[in-house]
Design a protein around this ligand. Structure first.
Ligand SMILES: NC(=O)c1ccc[n+]([C@@H]2O[C@H](COP(=O)([O-])OP(=O)(O)OC[C@H]3O[C@@H](n4cnc5c(N)ncnc54)[C@H](OP(=O)(O)O)[C@@H]3O)[C@@H](O)[C@H]2O)c1
Length: 297
């Protein structure tokens, strides 16, 4: 049974698809979960399902729900605040799954912040959320004596390089192009986050590779509503989509040091490739700082 001090895992986009399945897996094994979504009714629904599962399994997991639209920087900031309040009385935050994502089938959609929607939800929001919750993850690690973890969900569809001239669909919009570019950004963001962690540049040097894991992954090709909209039914079923859970819970708990900083495919760590490359990482980070006016300290 999980105790009150087991710490929470935040899963963004836990109302559907892979995020929802990952939340189920965590609750089944006694991990407390904050399930995030953008729609009140869908969050209520997943919280009810997870609470019933915790009761049925007797896992002792606590379940909370939070609602925020990640299309804007203010939405990501609001989510960080909500999560902080939510986990305060339950042992803090031990894991962040940057899972929420969109594939924008159809025409270009601009957010109220003036960004292309895919870039806003898939890249800008995780950057803001991670930066604002980093201190909470490190605090939890210090208090528990166990490493906290961040998982940035990328994709095997990630483009080989980041086209900075079209990052916000400045030249042209294509749904697949924007999606692939956003996932290349998630890999680059994750590598840069790890490099900064390793260099002692985060949380005034308090965040280290010894108290925080930074992972990215392709979560498998899974028949979710996103895959069906963009690629058709060419994947595994949602109940089989265990990679996020395996990376963060099973494999990492066995061998957290060696895998820190890795990008995983099929829940196996990949050798770090040159693409998107250090220069792209640093350039993306600087761009995100400018776009969001959030500088990690
Ligand atoms: N499925 C695949 O084969 C595959 C492959 C590689 C990578 N991925 C990645 O895996 C992650 C999960 O994707 P999925 O396939 O499970 O997709 P999904 O079933 O469409 O789920 C996406 C989740 O993100 C939420 N979301 C979307 N826009 C949001 C916004 N503006 N604010 C807050 N939440 C928002 C959705 O909320 P609603 O429930 O309200 O829609 C949903 O909970 C994504 O990052 C995706 O890019 C998926």
């Amino acid at each position: 049974m999980a105790s009150v001090s087991s710490g929470f895992s935040l899963i963004t986009g836990a109302t559907d698809g892979i995020g929802r399945h990952t939340a189920r897996r965590l609750v089944e094994c006694g991990k407390s979960v904050v399930a995030h979504g953008r729609d009140d009714a869908k969050v209520d629904d997943v919280v009810r399902e997870l609470e019933a599962l915790a009761a049925q399994k007797g896992s002792g997991a606590m379940v909370r729900g939070v609602v925020s639209d990640l299309a804007t920087v203010s939405g990501a900031r609001a989510l960080a605040g909500l999560v902080r309040e939510t986990v305060e009385s339950g042992g803090g935050l031990e894991a962040l799954y940057n899972n929420a994502g969109v594939f924008m089938k159809g025409a270009y959609v601009e957010t109220v912040d003036g960004r292309e929607m895919t870039f806003a939800v898939n890249v800008v929001a995780p950057y803001v959320l991670t930066g604002l919750l980093m201190g909470d993850l490190v605090k939890r690690a210090r208090e528990s004596g166990r490493k906290s973890s961040v998982l940035n969900v990328a994709s095997i569809s990630a483009s080989p390089r980041i086209d900075f001239e079209n990052i916000n669909a400045e030249k042209m919009f294509s749904a697949h192009g924007s999606y692939s570019l956003s996932k290349a950004c998630m890999k680059a963001f994750s590598y840069e986050l790890f490099d900064r962690l390793a260099a002692g540049k985060l949380c005034n040097g308090d965040a280290t590779v010894d108290n925080l894991n930074v992972f990215s992954c392709d979560p498998g090709t899974v028949n979710t509503k996103m895959l069906l909209a963009g690629w058709g039914r060419c994947g595994i079923e949602i109940f089989e989509a265990n990679d996020q859970f395996d990376i963060m819970v099973s494999d990492i708990e066995k061998n957290s040091v060696d895998f820190n900083g890795c990008y995983f495919v099929g829940a196996a760590p990949m050798k770090r490739s040159s693409a998107p490359g250090d220069a792209d990482q640093a350039r993306l980070w600087a761009l995100l700082e400018r776009e969001t006016k959030l500088v990690y300290v």
